[in-house]
Structure formats: C-alpha cells, structure tokens
Ligand binder design. Structure first.
Ligand code: ZN
Length: 77
C-alpha cells in the first residue's frame, strides 16, 4: 500500500464535497482522466487506481483517485 498517497487525503481540496469511500459518479462530477496510480484499492483487491480531475455538484474542483473495479473513491490529491 502506498502510504504517501494517503497523506494527501483531505488536504488542499477542503471545499470538494467528494469523500473517500464515495461511489464514483463520472457524469455528475464532470470527471476528466488525469493519471494512473499503482496503489492497492482500499475496498477491493484491485491494484491500479485512476486519477481524475473532477468538478462536484457544488462546482468545486479537485482531483481524486478512483478504483476502476469497485468504483470507490480511494483518495484525494
Ligand atoms: Zn476497488
């Protein structure tokens, strides 16, 4: 597990309403692919996370790491 990534959780994007553990809603959140992470998912055994630049329902922007297997938000960065 990549500890460094999780240290960024909740930092620098405090106005984003999306939380770790939320289900990914790419249409609602206007998600644009940003980068790959080679980290284990917190919720299943998938080992590749996808980073997305998103804009939430309140219009706040930020970046999140999502598991493409279980579609849970794993981190914010
Ligand atoms: Zn997963």
């Amino acid at each position: 597990m990549d500890r460094d990534m999780y240290e960024y959780t909740g930092r620098g994007t405090g106005d984003l309403s999306i939380l770790v553990g939320d289900s990914f809603k790419p249409i609602v959140w206007q998600a644009d692919y940003d980068m790959d992470f080679s980290s284990d998912c917190l919720f299943c055994h998938n080992e590749d996370l996808k980073g997305y630049q998103v804009v939430d329902e309140q219009g706040m922007s930020g970046k999140i790491a999502v598991c493409p297997s279980c579609l849970k938000v794993n981190a914010r960065y």
